[in-house]
Design a protein around this ligand. Structure first.
Ligand code: NAP
Length: 472
């Protein structure tokens, strides 16, 4: 008897997606909905909860952005989709083991590490990475134990991306603002007591080179009790920038500059909380003995680099700014997955249009392995950026199926389920997540919030056990 072709109903293409953030869901969607093959997608996540940075990164006051998860619920309802939460690939199950069970593996693991400033005393108490703070206020179980000393008055946020804006907004916002969000309860309690009243956002380049988007900038002008302070000389443009603006159109940049000009003309309402925008300055030293007491910053000037970009150069002029907290929000970085090629310099899985390649074998493709999202292209772009990115990778999978490259025998989905259960008897299915989701939402309803998040895996497991036995 001849064997059915790979990717038919008799012999579905078995795909593992590692990571359940937007890029993983978009890859799954394309593979499940294509007419080219019949695929079964098993998605793994080390947490019992799906959605990656939509749950653990997007700010709690950005509920509209989070509504994208309705789409992911729809993808997850496909009969050939399964979710294995609470299962860590690389520790609970080795990639090597997984390779035996799937025709294709799609890495959608994101970029969870933070970058360092590389300045003296960066690790003093009071100096933190934005990734830690974001994880903490978003109830990510890895970060719930962290403590941020909010008894001082001034915080410095280093970086000019949207993460810096999120961190600054959450630090500056009054409790009444945060109380309406799904911020972690432990963070809400701590921020209610916070004495932080001044937040400085510092960019190493100028206002025209800021990476944040206009919506995030405008928000500072819309929070009751918060004044946004932009000194006119901070946003004066240097001649190189003027020439660059002349030569290169950029709507976000232009809109940002307009909004900052409006802010610079505002009279502060005196609500007691202030966010200051500072530009062309870089911390060169954190000051303190037991904890942060100040930062020394060096004034920068812009110079044109060989690639035409304007880059910062220290001028030697320094200033010491007393601060109680420092948050570095200068970008994320990928971390290696054991057994998978990794480019240490770029902080991502080396790939060509989504196909993983192995630099130790002269860049030969690792057949059947693919990357999507931040671990594919680096930590840039908003949620929507992942859609075309994941479609490109899904096309690479389909091309490889068509070429016959992935055609080999693998065990069925039932066999895989038994294997996972042997390794993790507390793996979480999508229906379990929907139970947790329902519990979080109803707890939120009682408090007039979108949801009250579980912040610990033990609490999630206990809640699921109670729901299964009818004790919920
Ligand atoms: P980002 O947008 O890449 O911004 C990083 C910032 O850090 C840049 O301003 C960069 O300045 C600065 N920086 C890098 N190294 C530095 C150093 N050594 N000293 C001082 N400053 C330094 O990264 P992100 O803020 O982490 O955000 C990651 C991605 O997620 C972005 O695409 C972002 O838009 C997205 N995101 C979106 C939202 C939203 O839509 N609301 C929220 C959060 C994140 P240079 O430009 O000079 O390199």
């Amino acid at each position: 008897m001849t064997q059915a072709a790979l990717g038919t109903a008799e012999r579905p293409l078995r795909v593992a997606v590692i990571g359940s953030g937007p890029s993983g869901f978009y890859a799954a969607e394309h593979l499940l909905n294509t007419d080219a093959v019949v695929a079964e997608v098993d998605m793994f996540d080390r947490l019992p909860t799906p959605f990656g940075l939509v749950r653990g990164g997007v700010a709690p006051d950005h509920q509209k952005i989070k509504s994208v998860t309705k789409m992911y619920d729809k993808i997850a309802s496909h009969p050939r989709f399964r979710f294995f939460g609470n299962v860590e690939i690389g520790s609970d199950i080795a990639v090597e083991d997984l390779r035996a069970y799937f025709h294709a593996i799609v890495y959608a693991v994101g970029a969870k590490a933070d970058r360092r400033m590389g300045v003296p005393r960066e690790h003093l108490p009071g100096s933190h990475s934005a990734t830690d703070f974001v994880g903490w206020y978003n109830a990510h179980p890895d970060f719930r134990h962290l403590r941020f000393d909010l008894t001082g008055e001034t915080a410095l946020v280093v970086g000019n991306g949207n993460v810096a804006m999120d961190v600054a907004r959450i630090l500056a916002a009054p409790p009444e603002y945060l109380e309406k969000t799904d911020i972690a309860t432990h963070a809400l309690d701590a921020l209610r007591e916070s004495r932080i009243r001044e937040v400085i956002i510092m960019g190493r380049r100028g206002p025209a080179q800021a990476a944040f988007t206009t919506k995030e900038l405008r928000e500072f002008g819309e929070i009751d009790g918060v004044d946004i302070i932009v000194a006119p000389d901070e946003i004066a443009l240097d001649p190189l920038t003027e020439a660059h603006i002349e030569a290169h159109a950029d709507r976000t940049r232009d809109a940002n500059i307009s909004v900052m000009r409006v802010f610079s003309e505002r009279t502060p309402a005196g609500g007691g909380r202030r966010v200051h925008l500072r530009f062309l300055a870089s911390p060169v030293e954190v000051v303190g003995t037991d904890r942060v007491t100040a930062v020394v910053v060096e004034k920068n000037a812009l110079q044109r680099a060989s690639d035409g970009q304007l880059r910062p150069r220290g001028t030697g002029d320094t200033e010491t700014i007393p601060v109680d907290l420092v948050f570095r929000a200068i970008g994320y970085q990928g971390t290696p997955l054991p057994g998978v090629p990794f480019d240490d310099w770029a902080g991502l899985i080396p790939n060509v249009a989504g196909r993983v390649v192995d630099p130790s074998r002269e860049g030969a493709p690792v057949v059947g392995e693919y990357a999507v999202g931040w671990i594919k292209r680096g930590p840039q772009g908003v949620i929507g950026t992942n859609k075309p990115d994941s479609v490109e990778t899904a096309h690479a999978v389909l091309e490889d199926v068509a070429e016959g490259l992935l055609d080999r025998e693998v065990p069925s989905g039932e066999v895989l389920s038994r294997f996972v259960a042997e390794r993790r008897d507390d793996a979480v299915a999508y229906d379990d997540w929907l139970t947790l989701d329902g519990l979080e939402r109803s707890a939120g309803e009682a408090e007039g919030r979108p949801r009250v998040k579980f912040a610990s895996i033990t609490d999630m497991s206990n809640a699921l056990r109670a729901a299964r036995t009818g004790d919920a």
